[in-house]
Design a protein around this ligand. Structure first.
Ligand SMILES: *[C@@H]1O[C@H](CO)[C@@H](O)[C@H](O)[C@H]1NC(C)=O
Ligand SMILES: *[C@@H]1O[C@H](CO)[C@@H](O)[C@H](O)[C@H]1NC(C)=O
Ligand SMILES: *[C@@H]1O[C@H](CO)[C@@H](O)[C@H](O)[C@H]1NC(C)=O
Ligand SMILES: *[C@@H]1O[C@H](CO)[C@@H](O)[C@H](O)[C@H]1NC(C)=O
Ligand SMILES: *[C@@H]1O[C@H](CO)[C@@H](O)[C@H](O)[C@H]1NC(C)=O
Ligand SMILES: *[C@@H]1O[C@H](CO)[C@@H](O)[C@H](O)[C@H]1NC(C)=O
Length: 505
C-alpha cells in the first residue's frame, strides 16, 4: 500500500466511522453496458452518466449466471449458483441449500431500514413468493400494480390491432391504469426517499427496474432519441463456425413474441434480417434511455454526502452478436454487466477500474464500505454458515491497494447437447450438462460437461463442448481456439484453473 493510499483509507474510515451512510442499490433487468459512461456512442443516458462522473466504473464486472433468479439470489447472498443449487426459478435456498443471510437482511440486522422496490429478488418460488420476507426487508416490498399487464396484448401493430409484441412503444396514458411498472417504482422510491428521514435510521433501499427486460415496452417518444438510421449493426451477426452446438441459446423468449413469430425465423439458428436486428437494438436503447430518465428522478432525491449508490444489472444480453439474442449463455455479451459505485468522500471524479470483479463481490464490498459489522469471512467448504461470502470486497481494488482477482466464473446449464426449445431455461430435473466458464484477463475458457441433477455432481471426463477465446485479439469471441493444436498448453492450464474454481483464485 502506498502512503497516499493509507492516508486515503484512514480518512475514509474516520469519515465512515462517525455514521453509517445510506445505501441505494439500483438493479436493472437484463442490462448490458450500453451507456454513455461506458463509451457507447449510440447510448443516450445522461443521468447515469452524471452519477458515473463521480463514481467508480467497473469495466469487467460479471454475473455468475445469465438468468434472473440464479443471478439475483447469488448477488443477494454472495454465493454461487452451485452453492445455492439454483439454476432455474424453482427452489428457495433457505429450504433447498441453507439458511443463508442475505445482503439486505445483514443490513436490517445491523440497524438499517431496508426496503425493496420493484424487482430485486426474482418473484415466485425462488424468493418464497415473498421477496424473502420476513427476513430481508423492514417493510412490505413494493411491486408496481401494472406489472400484471407485463405480457398483456397492449402493443399496437401496424394495422392497428393489438399484440404481445417484443417491440412495444406505447402512449403511457392509454396503457391499463395509465402508467407503466417502472414509473410506479420510480414514484415509490421518490416517496420513500422524501419520507425516510422520519425513521431515524440509515436506509438500505433497493430499486429494481424491469426494463430493458423484454417486452421492450416504453413511452414511444424515446424512439425519437434513437432514430433507426443511427443504429449500427454489430460486426459479428453470424453464428461462429466453430461454436459447439451446446453453447447455442436459441432465444425462444424472443421467438415467442407475436411480432417476431410472424417473421417465421427458422429454429434454432435463424437467420433474422438486418432490419429486424436493427429494430431490436433500437428498442433496447430506447428502453435504457427511458429507465435512465426514471433513475434521474430517483437520484434527484439522494443526499450524495451520505449515501452510497450502486448501479448494476443482473446479467447482460446478446443484441445480435453471434446471431444470438437474449441471455442464457456464457458469452461475454450475456455475462458482463455495468457496475457503477458511488461512495461519498471516496469518489469525486470518474475512476475507471478494469479489474475482474463479480456480482458476488457486492455483499462484502458494501459491508466494508459501511462498516456495519466485521468484514465477511470466506464461506468454508461444505460448511453451512449463515453469513459469509464467496466473493471478495472491492474496497482494496477501489483504493488501488490490490489488483483484484486473476479470474472470474460464470456457469449455464443445458438439457442436452443440441439446441432444443428447452435449451434456454431448463428446469433442474432436465439439466444434463453444465457449461462452466472462466474469464481471465486474456482468455475466456468454457467447458460443457456432464452434470447429475439428482446429486449435483459434475463429471469433468464427459465433455460436450469447449470454447476458448483470446480477448487480446478477439474481444467479440468470434473465433473458438479450443481445438487448435498450438493452443493445447494454454487450454490445459485454463482447464485446471476452471476445475479448481473460485476458491483458488
Ligand atoms: C472511455 O474511453 C476513454 C478514452 O479512451 C478511456 O480513458 C476510458 O477508460 C473509457 N471508459 C470506460 C468505462 O471504458
Ligand atoms: C434462519 O435464520 C433466521 C435468521 O437469519 C432465523 O430467524 C430462523 O429461525 C432460521 N431458520 C432456521 C430453520 O434455522
Ligand atoms: C415460505 O413460505 C411458507 C408459506 O408462507 C412458509 O410456511 C415457510 O415457512 C416459508 N419458508 C421459510 C424458510 O421461511
Ligand atoms: C444521428 O446521427 C447523426 C450523425 O451522427 C447525429 O448528428 C444526430 O445527432 C444523431 N441523432 C440522434 C437523435 O442522436
Ligand atoms: C416458414 O418457413 C418455412 C421454411 O423455413 C416455410 O416452409 C413456410 O412456408 C414458411 N411459412 C410462412 C407462413 O411463411
Ligand atoms: C450421483 O448419482 C449418479 C446416479 O444418479 C451416480 O452414478 C453417481 O455416482 C452419484 N455421484 C455421487 C458423488 O454420489
Amino acid at each position: 500500500m502506498s502512503f497516499l493510499t493509507i492516508l486515503f483509507v484512514i480518512s475514509f474510515i474516520e469519515i465512515t466511522c462517525a455514521y453509517h451512510p445510506n445505501v441505494l442499490l439500483i438493479i436493472l433487468d437484463d442490462f448490458k453496458p450500453l451507456l454513455g459512461c461506458y463509451n457507447d456512442s449510440q447510448a443516450v443516458t445522461p443521468h447515469i452518466d452524471l452519477l458515473a462522473s463521480k463514481s467508480f466504473i467497473f469495466t469487467k464486472a460479471y454475473a455468475q449466471q445469465a438468468l434472473c433468479a440464479p443471478s439475483r439470489n447469488s448477488l443477494l447472498t454472495s454465493r454461487r449458483p452451485d452453492s445455492l443449487r439454483l439454476y432455474d426459478f424453482y427452489s428457495y435456498w433457505r429450504e433447498s441449500a441453507g439458511n443463508f443471510t442475505t445482503l439486505p437482511q445483514h443490513f436490517k440486522q445491523n440497524h438499517y431500514h431496508t426496503h425493496s422496490v420493484g424487482k430485486i429478488f426474482h418473484p415466485g418460488i425462488s424468493s418464497n413468493y415473498s421477496d424473502d420476507q420476513p427476513y430481508s426487508w423492514s417493510q412490505k416490498p413494493f411491486h408496481p400494480k401494472t406489472i400484471e399487464f407485463k405480457n398483456a396484448k397492449v402493443c399496437t401493430n401496424s394495422d392497428g390491432s393489438l399484440g404481445r409484441n417484443l417491440i412495444c412503444p406505447v402512449v403511457t396514458e392509454f396503457q391499463p391504469m395509465g402508467t407503466l411498472p417502472d414509473i410506479e417504482s420510480m414514484q415509490e422510491a421518490v416517496r420513500f426517499l422524501r419520507n425516510h428521514p422520519s425513521t431515524n435510521k440509515p436506509y438500505f433501499l433497493a430499486v429494481g427496474f424491469h426494463k430493458p427486460h423484454i417486452p421492450f415496452k416504453f413511452p414511444q417518444s424515446y424512439l425519437d432519441l434513437h432514430p433507426l438510421s443511427n443504429i449500427s449493426l454489430p460486426s459479428n451477426t453470424n453464428r461462429p463456425s466453430l461454436l459447439p452446438d451446446v453453447a447455442w441459446n436459441p432465444w425462444t423468449d424472443i421467438r415467442e413474441r407475436d411480432d417476431i413469430k410472424k417473421l417465421n425465423i427458422s429454429f434454432p439458428y435463424g437467420p433474422i434480417s438486418n432490419d429486424n436486428i436493427k429494430q431490436i437494438i433500437q428498442a433496447y436503447y430506447a428502453s435504457v434511455t427511458y429507465v435512465d430518465d426514471l433513475i434521474g428522478k430517483v437520484l434527484k432525491e439522494v443526499d450524495f454526502g451520505n449515501t452510497i449508490v450502486i448501479l448494476t444489472g443482473d446479467h447482460g444480453w446478446s443484441l445480435g452478436q453471434h446471431g444470438e439474442f437474449s441471455k442464457f449463455s456464457n458469452f461475454e455479451e450475456a455475462t458482463r454487466v455495468p457496475l457503477i459505485i458511488y461512495v461519498p468522500h471516496l469518489s469525486d471524479r470518474v475512476i475507471v477500474v478494469d479489474s475482474l470483479v463479480e456480482l458476488v463481490d457486492l455483499f462484502p464490498t458494501l459491508v466494508d464500505l459501511t462498516q456495519i459489522s466485521g468484514p465477511l469471512e470466506q464461506c468454508a467448504l461444505g460448511e453451512v454458515m449463515d453469513v459469509c461470502t464467496e466473493g471478495q470486497s472491492l474496497l482494496p481494488v477501489m483504493i488501488g491497494a490490490k489488483k483484484g482477482k486473476s479470474a472470474v466464473f460464470t456457469q449455464y446449464p443445458r438439457p442436452g447437447a443440441h439446441p432444443s426449445c428447452n435449451s434456454d431455461k431448463p428446469h433442474l430435473k432436465d439439466i444434463e450438462i453444465m457449461g462452466y466458464s472462466i474469464r481471465t484477463r486474456t482468455f475466456r475458457y468454457c467447458e460443457w460437461v456432464q452434470f447429475d441433477h439428482s446429486n449435483f455432481t459434475v463429471n469433468w471426463n464427459k465433455v460436450y463442448g469447449r470454447e476458448m477465446y483470446d480477448h487480446l485479439i478477439d474481444p467479440q469471441e468470434n473465433l473458438n481456439l479450443a481445438d487448435r493444436k498450438e493452443m493445447i498448453n494454454v487450454r490445459k492450464k485454463l482447464r485446471r484453473l476452471l476445475i479448481a474454481g473460485w476458491r483458488h483464485i
